[in-house]
Design a protein around this ligand. Structure first.
Ligand SMILES: Nc1ncnc2c1ncn2[C@@H]1O[C@H](COP(=O)(O)OP(=O)(O)OP(=O)(O)O)[C@@H](O)[C@H]1O
Ligand SMILES: [Mg+2]
Length: 206
């Protein structure tokens, strides 16, 4: 019997089919690929491209995209530091469940605060792959597909990451994706970099 947060008198119910059983079924290792970076750095693009490449190889993945989750699970949260922290905490917990289900869970969120990302890492430390999309602010702002940087510069959005709210760069990421000679790798190349890592570390077999 245990107390967890505000939940008292709770018991863990063990299920007969284990994570190892599910992984054998899928011939892969459940894990979390956590993509972090500025708005416009290409997180959703990478997540989709990675999901597609894995799918083509017969590997089951699922994308948890920050914007999409704010349409449902996290729609009651705003962008205050407290709400951003709760947003990331929830996604971390959901990602852990997907990884437990045996899936390669691809989480793509700005996740600007180091302590929030590290809390998610602590949920599944052996199977957490942090991917830092290290694109310069000028590039992201130049892309601005949603027009958000423009609004932030005009003071119409407050607390925008990279403009008037900090982005804390990862110190211990597993994968860093950056420009080479001033050129951004293509979405396929970015995804390929992650797939190679997953393959090398044995995630694509059980
Ligand atoms: N590798 C790339 N090469 C060229 N253009 C790219 C690349 N990756 C993303 N883009 C383009 O940059 C823009 C921003 O990409 P995307 O929407 O994936 O960013 P994001 O990090 O998910 O942003 P947000 O945090 O606002 O959701 C899009 O128009 C996308 O087509
Ligand atoms: Mg996105």
């Amino acid at each position: 019997m245990a107390t967890m947060g505000n939940s008292t008198n709770i018991f863990w119910h063990e299920c007969p089919v284990s994570k190892v059983d599910r992984q054998k079924l899928l011939n892969q290792q459940g894990c979390i690929v956590w993509i972090t970076g500025l708005s416009g750095s290409g997180k959703s693009t990478l997540a989709c491209s990675l999901g597609r490449q894995l799918h083509c190889r017969g590997k089951l993945s699922y994308v948890l995209d920050g914007d999409n989750l704010r349409h449902g699970l996290n729609k009651n949260l705003g962008f205050t530091p407290e709400d951003r922290t709760e947003n990331i905490r929830r996604v971390g917990e959901v990602a852990k469940l997907f990884a437990d289900a045996g899936l390669i869970c691809i989480a793509s969120l700005i996740s600007p605060y180091r302590k929030d990302r590290d809390s998610c890492r602590a949920l599944l430390p052996e199977k957490f792959i942090e991917v830092f999309l290290n694109m310069p602010l000028e590039l992201c702002e130049g892309r601005d597909p949603k027009g958000l940087y423009k609004l932030a510069r005009a003071g119409k959005i407050k607390g925008f990451t990279g403009i008037d709210d900090p982005y804390e760069t990862p110190l211990n990421c597993e994968i860093e994706i950056r420009q080479e000679d001033g050129n951004c790798p293509t979405p396929n190349e970015m995804a390929g970099q992650v797939v190679s890592y997953l393959e090398d570390k044995g995630y694509l077999e059980a």
